[in-house]
Design a protein around this ligand. Structure first.
Ligand SMILES: [Fe+2]
Length: 351
C-alpha cells in the first residue's frame, strides 16, 4: 500500500569539514571583493557573531552546530529505517554541477541504476570529517521504476516533467544529493535505501552566472543581454509537490520524500549585504510551517525568496506542497539561526 513519509533536512557542505574549518564560516566571505569592506573590521560584528565566536574563535559554536545537526541526521535515519521505504526521493538543487550551459531543466528526476558507485570526494580536496580519501567509493542504489512512476504521474497531471537515466557531465551526483545521503549515514553503516534524485533549479537565473555558489561575490556580473530565465516560483514548486504526492498515493510504493537544503543563505541574500542570513523571513516561514499554514508559503514570491537568500528552500516548497496536499503538518520541527555558519537550518518530520 502506498505511503509517504516527509522529511526536511540540510546538505550544508560545512558539515563535511572538521570543526576547525567550519568555524571559519562566514568570515571567509567577508573578505570577498564585492562584500562591504566594513565587515573586515571586527568592531562591526553583530552581537550574534560575537556570542558565537566566544572565547575560542568559534570552535565551541562550530562543534555545537555540528552536533545539533548530527543528532537530527541520526534521528531521521532511524525514522527512515523504521519506515522501510521502497525508495527515497531526494529533492535538492544542482549548483552548476550536473546541469550547465547545455541544459538547465527547471525540474528533473533521475532514474539511476540499481547499484552504482560514487567517488563522493572527487571534487573536494579538503580533509573531510570522516577522513575518507578522495579515492573513497560509496555504493548507492537507484530506483528507475520509482523515477518512471514519478515522471509518468507528474506528466499525466499536467507537469511537463523531464527525466534522465544517467548523470550528464560527471558520474558523481550533485552534492545536494550525495551529501544528503552521507549525512543520513553519518556513522557509515551504509545506506541501503534506493534513492530517486529530484532536481529543482533553485539557483534560477543565477545558476550559470554565479556558478551555483559564490562567484557573484568575487566578480562583476556579466551585464550583456537579458538575465537568464528564472527558477520555478514557490507556488509552482508547491503544485509540483502536490501532484507528486497524488502520483505516489496511486502507486504501489512506500516513499520517503526528503527536501534537502539549508534555509536563508547569507552569501545569496543581498538584504544584509551577503553577510547575514535573513532571520526575519526564515522565522516567518518557520512559524507558518509549524502551524501547517501553507498559504503563507504559497504567497511568497520568487523575488522575496531571492532577496532573502532562500533560493534552495524551493526544495522545501516542493515538500510543503506535498504535505499540504496530504493535510499534514510537522510532527516534529527544529530550527537554528547563525550569523557565523553561513545559513540557518531546519529539520522537520511529517509522520
Ligand atoms: Fe545546495
Amino acid at each position: 500500500v502506498a505511503e509517504i513519509l516527509g522529511l526536511g533536512m540540510t546538505h550544508f557542505p560545512g558539515f563535511t569539514r572538521g570543526d576547525e574549518e567550519l568555524r571559519i564560516g562566514t568570515r571567509m566571505l567577508m573578505k570577498a571583493p564585492r562584500v562591504d569592506p566594513r565587515w573586515r573590521d571586527p568592531g562591526n560584528y553583530t552581537p550574534n557573531m560575537i556570542r558565537e565566536l566566544g572565547g575560542d574563535d568559534g570552535l565551541t559554536a562550530a562543534r555545537n552546530h555540528c552536533e545539533w545537526a548530527w543528532g537530527h541526521f541520526r534521528a531521521m535515519r532511524k525514522r527512515i529505517d523504521e519506515f522501510a521505504p521502497d525508495f527515497a526521493v531526494i529533492i535538492a538543487d544542482d549548483q552548476y554541477e550536473n546541469f550547465k550551459e547545455d541544459i538547465i531543466p527547471t525540474f528533473c528526476v533521475l532514474g539511476l541504476d540499481d547499484v552504482f558507485e560514487q567517488k563522493v570526494w572527487t571534487h573536494r580536496a579538503y580533509r573531510n570529517y570522516w577522513n575518507e580519501p578522495q579515492s573513497f567509493v560509496y555504493p548507492l542504489r537507484g530506483h528507475r521504476d520509482g523515477a518512471r512512476c514519478l515522471a509518468t504521474g507528474l506528466i499525466e497531471r499536467g507537469v511537463p516533467m523531464p527525466y534522465a537515466y544517467k548523470t550528464l557531465h560527471d558520474p558523481v551526483l550533485a552534492h545536494g544529493f550525495s551529501f544528503t545521503v552521507l549525512f543520513l549515514d553519518w556513522e557509515r553503516r551504509g545506506f541501503p535505501h534506493p534513492i530517486v534524485p529530484f532536481h529543482v533549479n533553485c539557483y534560477g537565473s543565477n545558476v550559470i552566472r554565479a556558478k551555483g555558489a559564490t562567484a557573484h561575490l568575487y566578480q562583476e556580473p556579466a551585464s550583456e543581454g537579458m538575465p537568464d530565465p528564472p527558477g520555478p516560483s514557490p507556488a509552482l514548486c508547491m503544485d509540483v509537490g502536490a501532484r507528486m504526492a497524488q502520483a505516489i498515493l496511486e502507486s504501489p510504493y512506500r516513499v520517503v520524500l526528503i527536501a534537502s537544503s539549508s534555509w536563508s543563505h547569507c552569501f545569496l541574500s543581498p538584504k544584509h549585504g551577503y553577510v547575514l542570513p535573513d532571520h526575519e523571513t526564515d522565522r516567518k516561514l518557520f512559524a507558518a510551517l509549524k502551524d501547517g499554514d501553507y498559504g503563507v508559503w504559497r504567497r511568497q514570491t520568487l523575488q522575496q525568496i531571492e532577496w532573502s537568500g532562500q533560493h534552495e528552500m524551493l526544495n522545501w516548497f516542493v515538500l510543503a506542497g506535498a504535505m499540504s496536499e496530504l493535510e499534514r503538518k510537522p510532527t516534529s520541527i527544529d530550527y537554528r539561526e547563525t550569523d557565523l555558519f553561513l545559513s540557518n537550518k531546519c529539520f522537520a518530520v511529517f509522520d
